[in-house]
Write a protein that binds this ligand. Structure first.
Ligand SMILES: [Mn+2]
Length: 391
C-alpha cells in the first residue's frame, strides 16, 4: 500500500482554482527554526501546495503557472480542468524520484490560477463549438458563415489575451531568476511562455548564439496554419512558434504519429529548423534490434545548448492518458519519456522552461484518476530534469 493511500487530498474539485496556501510546517528561508521541518516521507498535509510541499514562491526554483484554457480542442475537451486535477493528484506523488532524486528540495511552487482565464475559456469554447461542429470556418457560407466568422474573431481575441497573460506571467518568473513551468490547458497555452523564454535567452549574456531549442514531445506536429480558422489553435502551436518566436532556432519533435501533408511540408520547408522523430520509426528501430536510449540521444543531440520542453501528454500511450483530447494509438511508454528527459538533463544542456499540456481528467468521478496521476508524475519529472539540467 502506498504511504499516501490513506491521506486526505485537498478539497479541490478537478478544475477548481488551484490556490496554493503555505502551511504551518513550511520550511521558510531563514526562518527554519521557528517551524517544524518538512517531512518528505509523510502524507501531504491539508492545504499543502503542489506535490504536498510547503514551498513559498520566493524560495522555490520552479514556479508553475496553471492555465485553465481549452477553447479550440477539436475532438474532446476538458483540458481546462487539467491544472486542478493534476494539482490534486500531485499529493500522491512520492517525492524521491528514481531518476532525479529529491526534486522537491529545489522548491516547487504553483501560482494561483487566474479565474479570468477559466471564465474566458468557457466563453470562447461556447463560441468555438459551432465552428468546430461546422468543420471549420471555410465550410460555411452565407448568413450562418458570417455569424461563425464573427464568433471566430472573438475566439482569436480570447486566445490572444491568454497568450499575453502567459507571456507576462512567464516573464515575471524569468525575471526572478526562476524556472518557469506551465500547466495547461490545451496545447495553445504555452505560446506566450515560449516567446518569453526565447526573448529572455536572447537578451541574456551568451544567449545570442544558437537560439532556443524546443524538445516537443507529442503525438501531433501542431504545425497547422490556423486549424479550423483558429489562429491560436491547439493544433497550431508550433506553427505559431516558428512564425512568432524568432529566437527559436530548432524544434525537435518526438512521438509524432498523426499529421497532415501541409504539416509535413512545413517541416520540409523549415530547412532543418524542425526535426521529427516519428513514433513508427522509433518502434521500427526498437523492433529491429535498436534501442530507445540511442534514439533519445540523437533527439537531444540535435538540440542547441538551451532548451524548452513542451510536453503534450498525448505523446504517451493512450492507456496513460485515456481522456486527453486527441488520443492516438502507439506512443511512448512512461519509462521512455522519463529516459528522454534524463538524457536531456545529462547532456549538459540547460532547460529554460517547460510545459505540460492536454491532461484531461475523466468527467466521471468514479473512474480511476489515470490521466491526472500520470500527468502529476510527468510534471515532477519535468521539474527534476529542468533543475538537474546544466547544473
Ligand atoms: Mn500537442
Amino acid at each position: 500500500m502506498s504511504k499516501k493511500s490513506n491521506q486526505k487530498s485537498t478539497n479541490q474539485a478537478p478544475g477548481a482554482e488551484a490556490a496554493v496556501v503555505s502551511t504551518k510546517n513550511s520550511v521558510r528561508a531563514g526562518n527554519g527554526s521557528a517551524a517544524p521541518a518538512f517531512d518528505p516521507n509523510a502524507a501531504a498535509p491539508p492545504g499543502a501546495g503542489i506535490f504536498g510541499l510547503a514551498c513559498e514562491r520566493a524560495s522555490s526554483r520552479v514556479v508553475i503557472t496553471p492555465v485553465q484554457f481549452d477553447a479550440t480542442t477539436s475532438y474532446g475537451g476538458g483540458a481546462s480542468a487539467g491544472p486542478g486535477a493534476v494539482f490534486e493528484a500531485s499529493m500522491q506523488v512520492d517525492l524521491l524520484d528514481h531518476q532525479f532524486g529529491d526534486v522537491w528540495k529545489h522548491g516547487i511552487f504553483m501560482a494561483e490560477a487566474n479565474g479570468k482565464i477559466a471564465k474566458l475559456s468557457r466563453k470562447a469554447r461556447a463560441l468555438a463549438e459551432p465552428i468546430i461542429e461546422a468543420g471549420g470556418i471555410d465550410a460555411t457560407e452565407g448568413k450562418a458563415g458570417k455569424r461563425l466568422r464573427k464568433a471566430l474573431t472573438k475566439v482569436n481575441a480570447a486566445s490572444a489575451t491568454v497568450n499575453e497573460h502567459v507571456y507576462e506571467r512567464t516573464r515575471d518568473v524569468l525575471k526572478e531568476g526562476k524556472l518557469p513551468g506551465l500547466l495547461g490547458g490545451d496545447h495553445s497555452t504555452p505560446l506566450g511562455a515560449i516567446r518569453a523564454c526565447a526573448e529572455h535567452l536572447s537578451a541574456s549574456k551568451g544567449g545570442k548564439g544558437e537560439g532556443l531549442g524546443i524538445l516537443h514531445v507529442d503525438a501531433h506536429m501542431d504545425l497547422r496554419d490556423a486549424f479550423e480558422g483558429f489562429t491560436y489553435s491547439h493544433a497550431s502551436v508550433m506553427f505559431n512558434v516558428l512564425r512568432e518566436c524568432k529566437g527559436v532556432s530548432k524544434i525537435v519533435q518526438v512521438g509524432i504519429r498523426d499529421y497532415c501533408a501541409a504539416e509535413k511540408q512545413v517541416v520540409q520547408a523549415s530547412k532543418g529548423r524542425v526535426s521529427v522523430f516519428y513514433d513508427q520509426d522509433i518502434a521500427d528501430e526498437i523492433n529491429g534490434g535498436g534501442n530507445f536510449l540511442s534514439i533519445a540521444r540523437r533527439a537531444v543531440e540535435s538540440l542547441p545548448a538551451n532548451v524548452y520542453v513542451s510536453f503534450d501528454i498525448d505523446a504517451l500511450e493512450p492507456s496513460l492518458c485515456p481522456h486527453t483530447g486527441t488520443p492516438v494509438p502507439g506512443g511512448l511508454a512512461f519509462a521512455q519519456a522519463a529516459l528522454l528527459l534524463k538524457v536531456l538533463s545529462d547532456s549538459g544542456r540547460r532547460v529554460v522552461g517547460f510545459d505540460l499540456v492536454e491532461v484531461c481528467p475523466s468527467p466521471r468521478r468514479d473512474d480511476p484518476p489515470i490521466d491526472e496521476s500520470v500527468g502529476a508524475r510527468v510534471l515532477y519529472k519535468l521539474c527534476g530534469a529542468a533543475c538537474a539540467a546544466g547544473a
